[in-house]
Design a protein around this ligand. Structure first.
Ligand code: GLU
Length: 283
């Protein structure tokens, strides 16, 4: 049976782009007789705020997008993430790194840019680093030697050869947390039995890393569906900080949530907003 999820981070209120993402996950599950889950990605330290979670529930109800079963919370799964981190350490695939952002930017100045900014140039890969309070990075080249070439499939883009190296050696365990987005999302999708991972095209590159983690940790491999993003006239992703009204603002102004979802379904967007496959600029 197909199972999808909507996985918002409670770092701010939801806006129309989130409504679109939730609608895609909901409709793909419902149209194929499957299940649609809600997962709250609330491990982002001080940026995660409980009050946003409450409004997420109200927003989704107002949109008419009902989810199945219990809501999942990443903050309750830290022990699972830590355990997977220990397994990867025991496999000799993680190394500690204490580099600051500024150090990485300086060292990477001559190197390529990746999907998330300057690619980490592997500074600490062969260094003696005190692991106390350090972040832990995945030695991607060594990991790929172990797994061999990997493939994954996006329903819209077709078969892909996994290229996790585009990010450099990603952080899997942060300094302040026994996880990172890549590790937590990959483990959760397996734990929750997600068979179709739906999310925006901006996260397409992340799936290369997630496919590698699935191979290393012996996790089932889902199919992906990266959908286009709602963008502003300048091609940038909708964002509250650029003035996109939140769903809560619209709800309080008396707008009809279900009518909004119906319009998004039919490709009718508010003036100035359109769909774009990728991002022209980083937000
Ligand atoms: N929490 C992520 C976000 O809000 C979504 C992650 C995912 O769907 O994998 O952008």
């Amino acid at each position: 049976m197909i199972r999808t999820r909507f996985a918002p981070s409670p770092n701010g209120p939801l806006h129309l782009g989130h409504a679109y993402a939730a609608m895609v996950a909901h409709d793909l599950a419902r149209s194929r007789g499957g299940e649609f889950l809600l997962r709250i990605e609330d491990i982002d330290g001080e940026r995660s705020r409980a009050e946003f979670v409450e409004t997420f529930f109200r927003d989704l109800e107002w949109l008419g997008l009902a989810w199945d079963g219990e809501t999942r919370f990443q903050s309750r799964r830290l022990a699972d993430y830590a355990e997977a981190g220990e397994r990867l350490k025991a496999m000799g695939l993680l190394y500690p790194c204490r580099c600051t952002r500024a150090e990485i930017a300086a060292a990477a100045a001559a190197a390529a840019m990746g999907p998330d900014g300057p690619v980490y140039p592997g500074t600490c890969r062969h260094r003696e680093v005190n692991p106390e309070g350090a972040a832990w990075r995945l030695d991607v080249a060594r990991a790929l030697e172990l797994t061999g070439p990997l493939e994954w499939t996006d329903e819209r883009a077709g078969p892909q050869r996994a290229a996790p190296g585009i990010f450099g050696d990603v952080v899997l365990l942060r300094k302040d947390l026994p996880a990172s987005y890549h590790l937590a999302a990959t483990l959760d999708d397996a734990t929750d039995g997600i068979t179709l991972v739906t999310r925006g095209m901006d996260l397409f590159p992340a799936s290369h890393v997630h496919r590698l983690l699935q191979a290393l940790l012996g996790l089932p491999v889902p199919v992906w569906h990266h959908h286009p993003l709602l963008v502003e006239p300048d091609g940038r992703k909708l964002a509250k900080r650029r003035g996109a009204p939140s769903l809560g603002d619209r709800r309080k102004a008396g707008e009809d949530g279900q009518a909004i979802v119906e319009a998004l379904r039919e490709g009718r967007f508010p003036a100035g907003i359109s769909l774009s496959e990728g991002l022209h600029q980083a937000s």
